[in-house]
Structures are given as structure tokens and as C-alpha cells.
Design a protein around this ligand. Structure first.
Ligand SMILES: Cc1cc2nc3c(=O)[nH]c(=O)nc-3n(C[C@H](O)[C@H](O)[C@H](O)COP(=O)(O)OP(=O)(O)OC[C@H]3O[C@@H](n4cnc5c(N)ncnc54)[C@H](O)[C@@H]3O)c2cc1C
Length: 442
């Protein structure tokens, strides 16, 4: 049966939480007094900006929605899937259906915050309650503060406070399954195909959504070596919410403190973005670093993008990124540092390139990682500590297995000479950074 316009319903709006299990907002919707209709919007404000029409992230999202739909069908329920501009879509939905309440999970990115404010206005005009829930992080914005009531800007004390506050209460799973009978019973139209939205399905194997015991056991010793499969590849699942952060933290606790720490980094950068929104608007966390005279050299940037810098670890990383949409964390740090410090190219160019390519792209973590590498971010190592890409390769890829995989011509005449000399680039960087910081002190 189709969705009837006279039924009074609650809507649960999926965004970065594409799962039916352990989902906070969905749980509260299912506990409301109204039958629940799930909704997903393919958002043209985001999609229209994607130049690559074979974007694997779209395939991932589409697959996740199809899985949700499949599960709902077993309960005689369905999901409303729209394509367009969210505010406009909501204006239509409130006219068409008798909506009592709307539930969703908070999305902390600046675009999402602005969009939700607009949607709130549309709903309010009709007297519809809009409830947002914490789901994406363990602790949000104001939950972990210093003794002075200010946000932490240094990771180590933040992580200590985070661990002190953590109790089982924050990790409890939301038992949505118990309430699956509260979905509205109806059958909708087929999902819009990717090609109807101007995209193509990408044939690729996404990482599993499971983190095995062996991985957690060896994580501390293996995670820094890009040739090993030593990290969990949970990035894309956490980005789109196909895995619950509470579930992962429960797995990490008691198995790997080092892994838990990485999950805390994720919360840390989310709260930085919420508490210091200027970082999400193209500004350095430490304003003094915006005095740096960057080189906007397109040809050099292109060499970096293509993995043709003549520094094999940097090149391997960039080629892994271009070919797979993934880059190992250690190599993300080295490639980012190389762009900002060796090439003195504005880190924002690199940030944008990663945003386009990474399957696990997340504004808060990406911006945090880039600003860390450029020295302008939180908790930064002093700017004069500059990664040496050659010694990083010797230390973390000692048998050159990673390099040989991605840069097979390394060691032959076909491989380019280093595009900058490490020592000279280092000195140039120190000079330019110092001049900027001196200027900001004037
Ligand atoms: C320049 C730069 C850009 C980055 N861009 C992103 C990004 O767009 N999206 C992203 O999720 N991570 C980003 N990171 C952090 C990190 O590199 C990735 O989270 C990690 O490599 C993903 O692989 P994994 O899932 O196997 O990680 P694992 O090592 O298995 O870690 C598990 C999870 O912990 C979280 N995590 C781990 N390290 C960090 C970190 N430093 N900051 C925040 N969260 C972390 C991620 O959610 C990750 O999936 C970036 C790091 C740097 C230096």
C-alpha cells in the first residue's frame, strides 16, 4: 500500500547514520507516539559540486540505503528516498503529509548545521517538532571541558578527560530492533538509480564492517606500517554511519587502548570543529599561520597530486589515494607535511584534494589532520619539526614493500629525481614560517 497522506506520522531522517541498529535518533522516533517513516535525501547541494561522476562514495551510500530498504521490507515497511534540495523537499513534505514529529541525528559540519536551521524553520511554521540526537560521537561539543569550562585544544589532556568521563551509560546500544513494529506499514517506489542523479555505479570492494580480534591485538605494533594491513579501515563506515561508534568503542575497550585512542582523536576533531567553527570555513586554527606566504604553484601541486615528486613514500601514498580512495595514516601525515612544508603550498589545496579523493573523507578529521601537518592546528608539534620523507620511508617501510607496490619504477631511470632538495626545502620553510609568525606578533 502507498504512504497515505492522512496518516499522522513521525519521520526519521537518515544522514550520516545509515543503519537500523543502535541508532539513537531512530530509537527515539520508534518510541514516539506515531508510526515512523524513514527518509533519506540525496542532497543536490552536495552532489552538484562533485565533479567525478564515478564517485564510489555515492555507490556506498546507495548500497547502504538499499540494504536498509531490504530490511524494512521484511517488516512491511519502506523508506522514502528523495533527490533534490533538502529545504525545498521539506517544504513539499510538510504540505503533503500529516507529520507530527521529525527525528534525526546531529551532524556537526557547518553546511549541515545551516541546512538544519533552515529545515527547523520550515517545520516550526507548521508546528512540527524537530528533534536532533547525539549519535555520531561519544561526547559532543560541550561535554568534555577543561576546569575553566573551555574546550580542550590539546589532545592528551582531552583524551584523559574523555576516558575519565566514559561509563557504560555512554556506550549502551539503542535497542531499535525491539520497536521495529512501530514503522509505518507501506510500500514505496523503487530507489532512484544513481544514473538518474547523474552518477555511475562503481564496481569496488568496500572494507568489511567488522574489526577482528587479531587486528585489535596487533594494532599497536602494526598500525604505523603502510605495507601491513594493520588498521581497521573503519573510516568509511564511521563517515556514513554503517557502523555505530558506540559498538566500536565497546570493542576497543579492553582489547586495544591504542585503537581506542584513535577513536578519541575522532571525537576530539569533531569538538574542535563545533567549538572553533572558523576551521571549517577555510581559516587556520591558529590565526598567525594565515600570514604564511604560500606558493600557489600549480605545476608543483600537480606533481604532488600525481605522485611524481621523486620522494617515493610521498609518491606511493598519492598513488594509493588516486587508485583506491584510501591512504594509510602514516603516509597521510608525510604527504600532507611534504605539500605544506617542503613545497610551501597552501595546505587548503591539499585538504580539498583529499576531500575529493578519500572514501572516508570527513571534514573534521581531514581538516584536523591537515592543520596538524601544516603546523597551524591544535596540539601542533613546533613548526620547525619537519618530517624527513626519506627517513620516514626507512623507518616505516624498511623493506620498501609499500613503495614497490605503488611506485614500481622506483630505482629505474623512469623515476623522477626529487623535485626539491630536502635540506633546502626545510630551510626555506623555516624562513617563511618564521617570517609569518614574526609578522603576526607585530
Ligand atoms: C592529512 C590527514 C587527513 C586525514 N583525513 C581524514 C579524513 O578525511 N577522514 C578520516 O576519518 N580520517 C582522516 N585522517 C585520520 C586518519 O588518517 C584516518 O582516520 C585513518 O587513516 C583511516 O584509516 P582506518 O579506518 O584504517 O584507521 P584506524 O587506524 O583503524 O582507526 C580507526 C578509526 O579511528 C579514527 N581515526 C584514526 N586516526 C584518526 C585521526 N588522526 N583523526 C581523526 N580520527 C582518526 C577514524 O575514524 C578511523 O577510521 C586524516 C589524517 C591526516 C594526517
Amino acid at each position: 500500500m502507498p504512504l497515505k497522506t492522512k496518516d499522522k506520522i513521525a519521520i526519521f531522517w537518515f544522514r550520516r547514520d545509515l543503519r537500523l541498529h543502535d541508532n539513537a535518533g531512530l530509537y527515539y522516533a520508534l518510541c514516539s507516539d506515531y508510526p515512523v517513516v524513514p527518509l533519506f535525501i540525496f542532497d543536490r547541494n552536495i552532489l552538484d559540486d562533485l565533479e567525478e561522476k564515478k564517485d564510489a562514495r555515492l555507490t556506498f551510500i546507495h548500497d547502504a540505503i538499499a540494504d536498509i530498504r531490504q530490511e524494512l521490507k521484511q517488516k512491511d515497511a519502506d523508506i522514502l528516498v528523495e533527490y533534490g534540495f533538502p529545504v525545498k523537499i521539506w517544504e513539499n513534505l510538510v504540505d503533503e503529509y500529516d507529520i507530527a514529529e521529525v527525528y534525526t541525528n546531529t551532524d556537526y559540519e557547518p553546511y549541515a548545521t545551516d541546512r538544519d536551521r533552515e529545515v527547523y524553520r520550515v517545520l516550526k511554521k507548521k508546528g512540527i517538532v524537530f528533534k536532533t540526537c547525539k549519535d555520531q560521537v561519544i561526547f559532543e561539543k560541550q561535554e568534555i571541558l577543561t576546569g575553566q569550562g573551555t574546550p580542550y585544544t590539546v589532545f592528551t589532556p582531552y583524551s584523559r578527560a574523555w576516558k575519565e568521563k566514559l561509563t557504560d551509560f555512554y556506550l549502551k546500544s539503542y535497542p531499535t530492533k525491539k520497536y521495529f513494529g512501530h514503522f509505518q506499514k507501506w510500500h514505496g517506489a523503487a530507489l532512484p538509480a544513481l544514473k538518474d542523479m547523474g552518477f555511475e555505479k562503481v564496481e569496488c570492494k568496500f572494507p568489511s564492517d567488522r574489526v577482528g580480534n587479531a587486528l585489535l591485538k596487533n594494532y599497536a605494533k602494526d598500525r604505523d606500517f603502510p605495507a601491513k594491513e594493520g588498521t581497521s579501515r573503519m573510516g568509511i563506515h564511521l563517515r556514513f554511519g554503517t557502523v555505530s561508534i558506540r559498538e566500536l568503542v565497546r570493542r576497543a575497550r579492553g582489547h586495544s587502548d591504542v585503537y581506542l585512542n584513535e577513536l578519541i582523536w575522532r571525537d576530539f576533531y569533531q569538538q574542535i570543529l563545533s567549538n572553533f567553527p572558523h576551521v571549517g570555513k577555510g581559516e587556520a586554527f591558529r590565526k598567525a599561520y594565515d600570514f604564511i606566504k604560500w606558493r600557489y604553484d600549480k605545476a608543483d601541486f600537480q606533481k604532488w597530486c600525481e605522485g611524481k615528486t621523486g620522494y617515493p613514500l610521498v609518491d606511493a601514498g598519492m598513488r594509493q589515494l588516486n587508485a583506491t580512495g584510501f591512504m594509510h595514516n602514516r603516509v597521510r601525515m608525510v604527504t600532507a607535511s611534504f605539500l605544506a612544508k617542503h613545497l610551501l603550498i597552501d595546505w587548503r589545496w591539499g585538504e580539498a584534494y583529499f576531500a575529493e579523493k578519500l572514501l572516508d573523507y570527513d571534514l573534521a578529521a581531514n581538516n584536523g589532520g591537515w592543520q596538524w601537518a601544516a603546523g597551524s592546528g591544535t596540539d601542533a608539534a613546533p613548526y620547525f619539526r619537519i618530517f624527513n620523507p626519506t627517513s620516514q620511508a626507512e623507518k616505516f617501510d624498511p623493506k620498501m614493500a609499500y613503495i614497490k607496490k605503488w611506485v614500481p619504477e622506483f630505482g629505474t631511470d623512469a623515476y623522477p629525481a626529487p623535485m626539491v632538495d630536502h635540506k633546502e626545502a626545510r630551510e626555506r620553510c623555516l624562513k617563511v614560517y618564521k617570517a609569518a609568525l614574526d609578522k603576526s606578533n607585530q
